[in-house]
Ligand binder design. Structure first.
Ligand code: GLN
Length: 477
């Protein structure tokens, strides 16, 4: 089997070939590393390629299989990990110069689970600095490019993970989604991305952006692959105080089952129509038509408070981020810059380090969050945003009374050109209008490709389910 054929396979297909002994994990891993060497100068999905480490895992899996040991179903299938997830012994930057050269002393729980299941880690993928952005242009290490058109953005913040999977550099990747950073990159690169229920996948070892919204999840080229990966990383973790105690729903079973007859699919009125590109709307409507043909009952639902979701998010996220990012102070890890002149006091070292280490978007959000949390403004801003959050949760609850899942386009447009929105933060923030409500309510969401828009670029179809009902995403997807 040629290497090119191997990189075109889904993770499920690779797992079957590995189990049948038709191919070794070293061959599969090598094929993907070769693909990275071939295309990543142009795509720039990876910040760090861990060739030696990946091949060592592959060799160990091959040896264990030869010895007849019982292995995990995905053992030997390689994966890429977003560089905001800490990996013992592998550099982790969060896309920021402030963490350049930092090598974590421990693994995130999800990375521990990947390693325990025998998935070779190909490397760490690019992202907007500290996962703030929708285009990967805010990375401190240069942008990632969309494999469909190298002049266009791959989405963000997880553009690296999505581009790696879309460009056949990895069959699977890990992303994180605080306001859409798994789903929106999936939409604009024609891949599958899932944000699990909040608490469904451990946050231990994720570099925190906004702790009440952050959630890690799978990126892949098929719905079944996402389910297979979800099963590896999901489930309770005692080291994460917000981890759900319940068992993970049967996501793999649901992905196989696919039955949607009688299922009530709610089209969210506020997440379609005006502001959505015509080709995106057409693709979305065609996909809804397919669900109706398959026997689903399509209904329209209204969630009026979603109109305020973006505003609430851009108060809650910066508030939490300003607090979480306070730890990058030049004292504990990463960059340390001493003032060019004058006394070297702790405060001045912190100011010089943060001034040099953070990019514009990180600074913008730290300032916004500090302001929103300041005495005298807290009730007006943060307090009000939390009330909107409650309204959004109520809208979801009412919508899920009449529909089993909700659907919308994932993003209002297809991939835009690099540089197009870089100087216009509001235009950049508007990309997240359809993905943010799920994070504010903690409900799970999936984006999967629904074909191409009239501009020839991929369109994402979003499915949302009630909290803890992640299996419904896979059934419908
Ligand atoms: N694009 C969104 C933002 O800039 C989402 C980020 C995320 O999900 N990490 O905040």
């Amino acid at each position: 089997m040629s290497d090119a054929t191997l990189t075109r396979r889904t993770a499920g297909e690779l797992a079957a070939l590995l189990q049948a002994g038709e191919v070794s994990s070293v061959e599969v891993t090598r094929a993907h590393l070769d693909r990275v060497a071939e295309v990543d100068d142009a795509v720039h999905a990876f910040l760090h390629v861990s060739e030696e480490n990946a091949l060592a895992t592959a060799q160990a899996v091959d040896a264990a299989r030869a010895a007849g040991e019982h292995l995990h179903g995905l053992a030997g299938v390689p994966i890429a990990v977003k560089d905001v997830v800490v990996t013992k012994g592998l550099p982790t930057t969060a896309g920021s110069r402030i963490l350049e050269g930092w090598v974590p002393p421990y693994d995130a729980t999800i990375v521990e689970r990947l390693r325990a299941s025998g998935l070779p880690i190909l490397g760490k993928t690019n992202l907007d600095e500290f996962a703030m952005g929708s285009s990967t242009e805010h990375s401190g290490y240069g942008p990632t490019r969309n494999p469909w058109d190298l002049d266009r953005i791959p989405g963000g913040s997880g553009g690296g993970s999505a581009a790696a999977v879309a460009a056949y550099e990895a069959p699977l990747a890990i992303g994180t989604d605080t306001g859409g950073s798994i789903r929106q990159p999936a939409a604009v690169t024609g891949t599958v991305g899932v944000k699990p229920t909040y608490g469904g996948v451990s946050r231990y070892g994720l570099i925190a952006l906004a702790s009440s919204l952050d959630q890690a999840g799978p990126v892949s080229r098929s719905v079944l692959d996402a389910a297979l990966l979800h099963e590896v990383i999901g489930g309770h973790d005692p080291r994460d105080s917000t981890s759900l105690p319940d068992a993970l729903p049967d996501v793999v079973g649901a992905a196989h089952d696919r039955e949607v007859r009688g299922l009530r699919v709610g089209v969210v009125r506020e997440l379609t129509g005006e502001g959505y590109q015509a080709g995106v709307r057409a693709s979305f409507e065609a996909a809804v038509g397919l669900l109706a043909d398959a026997g689903a009952e399509v209904v329209e639902v209204s969630c009026p408070s979603f109109a305020s979701a973006l505003a609430a998010y851009y108060l809650i996220l910066p508030s939490e981020a300003s607090s979480n990012l306070a730890r990058f102070d030049g004292m504990r890890y990463g960059l340390r810059v001493e003032p060019a002149t004058g006394p070297v006091t702790a405060e001045r070292v912190m100011a010089a380090t943060r001034g040099a280490g953070f990019g514009d978007e990180a600074k913008r959000r730290i300032i916004l969050g500090t302001y929103a949390l300041s005495a005298g403004y807290y009730d007006a801003y943060y307090g009000s945003a939390q009330k909107v959050r409650t309204l959004i949760q109520r809208d979801f609850a009412a919508a899920f009374d009449v529909a089993d899942v909700l659907v919308s386009p994932t993003a209002p447009t297809t991939a835009f050109k690099l540089g197009e929105k870089l100087d216009d933060p509001l235009a950049m923030y508007l990309n997240d209008v359809a993905t943010i409500p799920a994070n504010l309510a903690g409900v799970p969401g999936m984006s999967l490709p629904s074909g191409l828009s009239d501009d020839g670029l991929p369109v994402g179809f979003q499915i949302l389910a009630p909290a803890r009902a992640d299996d419904r995403l896979y059934r419908v997807g």
